[in-house]
Structure formats: structure tokens, C-alpha cells
Design a protein around this ligand. Structure first.
Ligand code: SF4
Length: 256
């Protein structure tokens, strides 16, 4: 016991300072392709190579549909193409700001937040990142966020996976069992648009087919800091990332 206390004192606090300060440590985010840059010959190569059609030519501009990007790194720097990548992890977008009128400091989500995770047929990558939230480095308890095993105590449903046919009813029931007000956060490309799995003969095209999605956290998988940003954006403690208006109106599913 004494040994561990001494070790703890020697090591000091290792928990990330985010959201108090931006996290600059290496390896906390894979980064992602930057959109809005001029389209050139190298961009054509990247658009051709992108397996999920996440890279789109828009006139003289290269756009990125972040819901579809599966972080395959085929367009990463050092490859044949010319797409640039950006650092950062504040990727989460609120899809319907009309539902956020109650996010004032005295609003309903001002106290602790309980989160129910639903594995709706995920491959395990998003779940592995979600698991990190309870570990000492990310430690969401310090923010008043707690994972709960039951939807009856949950304020937020965190959904990962494309929603396989077997999970369709379970997801619906979990949502209906939650007390109001409640929010749904879709995590990862699969929950946002089906990813590489759906829509298919065995799974749907994302969580918004079944439940109303409030916040989208893109990535494949999104790093834990992006998940924390998503939860903070859900309760109004961080601004939302900006997404194209067509995607927001369609619950994050429409092509942008
Ligand atoms: S990293 Fe994303 S945008 Fe780039 S090629 Fe892969 S899926 Fe497409």
C-alpha cells in the first residue's frame, strides 16, 4: 500500500487536463483528413482510392464526409495523393440544436450525467475506446459522467455499431426505457451511416434508423477525447463541431 502511495506521489497527476486545457500529448488522436482545400491532381488520386466515398470533389474544392471516413489512412500524408491531415479531436456535432434549449447553466443536464452504452453490432473498436473513458488517463468521473448498466437510470444512450437486425429491438427498448429528457449519441462511422457493414442483409444504416440521434461522433473508431467532446457537447459544456447543414437536417445520414 505504502509503495503504491509513494509511487503515486512520485508520478504525479497523469490524467488529461482536457477540457480545462487542450491535450497536446502525442498519440491521443490519429487526426483526420482536412476538407475545404483546393482540389488538385493528387486529390483525384485520393478520391479514387477512398474505399468509402468519404472524399468528395465539390467544384474546385475537396470535401470530406466525416461520417463515412473509416480512418484507413489511404489518403494520409506520405502517400501518392495530396490530402492534408489536421490534428485535433473535437469532432462531435450536435445534429439538432432545437433540442438544446435546456442546456443553460441551470438546465436539466447541469448535474451528473449517466450514460448507457449499447453495442448495436460494433466490431469492438469503438467499444474499446469507450472503455478507456473509465481508465485513469481519461477518467470521466472527474467531469460528473458515469457509465450505468441500466437504461432506466441513463440520461444518454451511447450507441456503437450499424445496428444489426438482432439489436434493432433491443436498442429501441433501451431508448424507450430511459427517463426523459434523454439524448442519443451515435459513436463511429457504423452508428452514423452503417460504415463498412451496412446497410446490408444483416444490418441497418446506423442508429438514426431506430432512435433519434442528437450528437454524432465521427471516427473509426473515434479516440476517447472525441467521445469526451461528444458528451460535453451533449450537455452544452463545449460547442459543437460544425457540419454541413444538409447532414444536420437529415440526422447525419444524408450525403453531403
Ligand atoms: S482515411 Fe478516410 S477519407 Fe481517407 S481514404 Fe480512408 S476512408 Fe477515405
Amino acid at each position: 500500500m505504502t509503495k503504491w502511495v509513494l509511487k503515486g506521489l512520485r508520478t504525479g497527476i497523469v490524467t488529461t487536463a482536457y477540457p480545462g486545457r487542450d491535450e497536446t500529448a502525442g498519440g491521443v488522436s490519429p487526426g483526420r483528413p482536412a476538407g475545404g482545400l483546393p482540389f488538385d491532381a493528387g486529390s483525384s488520386i485520393d478520391v479514387e482510392r477512398c474505399p468509402t466515398r468519404a472524399l468528395i470533389r465539390d467544384g474546385q474544392c475537396l470535401r470530406v464526409d466525416y461520417r463515412r471516413c473509416v480512418h484507413c489512412f489511404r489518403c494520409a500524408p506520405g502517400r501518392e495523393g495530396s490530402t492534408q491531415w489536421q490534428d485535433g479531436y473535437e469532432w462531435a456535432a450536435r445534429l439538432n440544436d432545437r433540442r438544446y434549449e435546456d442546456l443553460s447553466p441551470g438546465g436539466v443536464f447541469r448535474r451528473s450525467l449517466h450514460i448507457r452504452v449499447v453495442d448495436a453490432g460494433a466490431c469492438g473498436a469503438c467499444l474499446s475506446e469507450i472503455e478507456q473513458l473509465n481508465k485513469p488517463y481519461y477518467n470521466i468521473h472527474r467531469l460528473g459522467f458515469f457509465l450505468t448498466p441500466t437504461p432506466r437510470e441513463a440520461d444518454v444512450l451511447l450507441v456503437a455499431g450499424p445496428v444489426t437486425d438482432h439489436m434493432r429491438m433491443a436498442l429501441k427498448k433501451a431508448y424507450e426505457a430511459m427517463p426523459t429528457p434523454k439524448r442519443v449519441v451515435a459513436v463511429g462511422a457504423c452508428a452514423l451511416c452503417g460504415g463498412v457493414f451496412g446497410p446490408s442483409f444483416i444490418s441497418g444504416g446506423g442508429a438514426s434508423d431506430i432512435v433519434p440521434v442528437d450528437v454524432a461522433v465521427p471516427g473509426c473508431p473515434p479516440p476517447p477525447l472525441a467521445l469526451i467532446h461528444g458528451l460535453l457537447a451533449t450537455v452544452g459544456r463545449k460547442p459543437s463541431a460544425s457540419w454541413p447543414s444538409t447532414a444536420l437536417e437529415s440526422g447525419g445520414k444524408e450525403n453531403v
